[in-house]
Design a protein around this ligand. Structure first.
Ligand code: FE
Length: 231
């Protein structure tokens, strides 16, 4: 009996290892893809005039989409194809041979996180636990704001500025290119994309104007509070 049960379980186990391929339903490429382009949390023109609809159209519809599409091409037919985006990022970080997979997976993750870090009518100061922790870590909201803006403005070349939770303490970080705090065990709460494609159509080379406008008018503190609560 035991042997029979093991035999019956074996193929089931194999099938469950590729659930999306098994459920392809005529769209095999999409079904096998680990990454999808998530819908924007607001309309393309909802962040204007801070970020124009034209910028979002390119940034989301071309850049973000390209990262997702390229990732899916790169992992097609490999073990990574059935992994979550976060698992792919963590599995390929620091592996020179998988740099292209890491870059596209991380950028897909970063952009999904960035859209949720922004909202129409955002900005201002958070309340509650976030306010308490910002005061404890930075001495006050204005000091935090300067540190966050500095991280974004002074990041040399392409990259990201982050508010993270590290060992129960809020910290500001900046990362280059596709790098992200997940790989060093920090928990991201908010991010600002400082690649030129995020602001060039609206602000040309004036990154400080973009960064300050995003912090003052778009930061989604509700999203940061959710991330802090889940941490
Ligand atoms: Fe971007």
């Amino acid at each position: 009996m035991k042997t029979g049960s093991d035999v019956r379980n074996a193929p089931e186990k194999q099938r469950s290892a590729t659930p999306r391929a098994a459920g392809a339903r005529g769209n095999e490429t999409a079904a096998q893809a680990p990454a999808v382009l998530p819908p924007l949390p607001w309309a393309e023109d909802a962040l204007a005039p801070v970020i124009s609809a034209r910028t979002i159209e390119f940034h989301y519809g071309k850049h973000h989409k390209k990262y997702v599409d390229t990732l899916n091409e790169l992992v097609a037919g490999t073990d990574l194809a059935s992994e979550s985006l976060e698992a792919i990022v963590l599995a390929t970080a620091g592996d020179a041979e998988k740099k292209a997979i890491f870059n596209n997976a991380a950028q897909a993750w970063n952009h999904a996180f960035y859209w949720r870090s922004l909202k129409p009518g955002g900005g201002g100061q958070p309340g509650g636990e976030l306010a308490r922790r910002l005061k404890s870590a930075f001495g006050g909201f204005d000091t935090f704001k300067r540190a966050f803006a500095d991280a974004a403005i002074k990041q040399f070349g392409s990259g990201w500025a982050w508010l993270v939770l590290d060992d129960e303490e809020l910290k500001v970080r900046s990362t280059s290119d596709a790098e992200l705090p997940l790989t060093s065990g920090e928990i991201p709460l908010l991010t600002i994309d400082v690649w030129e494609h995020a602001y060039y159509l609206d602000y040309q080379n004036l990154r400080p104007d973009y960064v300050n406008a995003v912090i003052d008018k778009l930061l989604n503190w509700d999203f940061a509070a959710e991330n802090l609560e889940l941490a």
